[in-house]
Design a protein around this ligand. Sequence first.
Ligand code: NAD
Length: 492
Amino acid sequence: MFERSRRAAAQLATQPVAERIQRLAALRRVVLARQEEIVDRIQSDCGKSRSDALISEIFGVLDNLAWLEAHVAKMLADRKQHTPIALMGKTSWTWYEPLGTILVISPWNYPFYQAIVPIACAYVTGNAVIYKPSEWTPLTGLVEDLTRAAGFMEDAVQIAYGDGAVGAALIEQRPDKIFFTGSTRTGAAIMAQASRHLIPVELELGGKDAMIVFDDVDVQRAAAGAAWGALTTTGQSCTSVERLYVQASIYDRFRDALVAEVRRLKQEVDSDGDADLGAMTTDFQVKIVAEHVADARAKGARFVTGGDWDGTSRLIPPMVLDGVRDDMKVAREETFGPVIPLLPFSSEEEVIRLANDSPYGLTASVWSKDLDRARRVARALKVGGVSINNVMATEANPALPFGGLKQSGFGRYKGEQGLHAFCNVKSVLIDKDSAKIEANWYPYTAEKYRLFSDLTRSLFSDGPLRLAKFAIAGLKLERYSNRVAKTGRQKK
Ligand code: NAD
């Protein structure tokens, strides 16, 4: 696979970006035309509701493809950069070139979105891709089928099926970059393995995202946002609301509104879009949720909804938890299920401290009519993205870079910064073919030392005549440098 990939990468790198953009447009049309079939495949691998598959995966993919189509040419065009006065006469550029073969390793929660979006970003920048889906949701044959139908270059996108051992074997083939999305534990293992070959990695890992609700909000709307943010894809989203901090003065009112909202939800792996949330995807994740729930119960949490779950069924009912303490697993570890722990707070300072007291730092949301306060809190949060008066909204905009801090990983994908993460950002400085001998070239002499000191002082000191002084010092130094380059160091 790697041999074929490297050949494809060499060919792809010579192709005009406009041709690759055409492939993305074709892929968008293919996905659109085959939408219902793809939703069927996502549902059968994941057990999510049909609307979850449509809204988070199909719409998300199309939105990202459309955004790339519209903006990639500009983002990959050679860019003229500022050239400082000390380098007068030159021009400076950045060129955005492919890296080679990108290994994309993805998790099971958004198997279509987490396949197509990184593949599209890597391909459009001119890289070949080897994509390893999760063994739990491989969507076998689908990505090959779609990229072939869209006319992607042969061997430029190859799929490697298998588990973690296959992922580790692929890393040994030394891809030019690893783009990994998944758990913090696996991310650390991949980084350790990659470090042996100095392969750059980008890690999009887990989260324990906080939603912070101040007492001046529209309670109904915030409760509706909380229900969706915590329960979309049955809570199996890296940016799910996993800690819901509510200001004490509206705590009871908010909890009641949230409970009313949650009680209205319909849970089913449906066939027509008429269900809110579906099932959990894997039994091992069900076990983690059961463990967190048992820990919360043992430590005194009250289950306002969902208390009757049998502890094993994949259709875990949404659980709103009251009386949650900081030391419970539901308040500290990634649950990745439909569990909503409510935590009261009294002041702005307190909630910032509580929200930041986490090993994770993916995203958060802050809800308040007072936008100054919301912005202040958003700035104080140690996370990679914040939605204000909305939830999971930063990741809904393909123009915004996405990624985390702390144990949520590092690097950014999506947006311009994310696209450039798939590039060798090559710096280029172009000098005219002039006769000029640079002052910093040899020979170094005592006179040059004195003139260079004058130039340095004039350039970096303060004062109105700075540039004039620099021009005079520069002229003297240039004249001397040209002369001494010809005559050489004079023997004493
Ligand atoms: P996981 O880490 O178990 O597996 C992810 C992928 O890594 C799978 O394809 C798996 O086969 C592969 N893998 C496992 N061990 C490997 C190894 N040693 N070498 C190479 N590859 C290996 O994660 P998961 O359970 O599939 O996904 C859930 C996790 O993903 C959650 O923690 C969730 O928060 C996170 N996630 C993060 C984001 C994000 O963008 N930050 C998005 C979605 C999911």
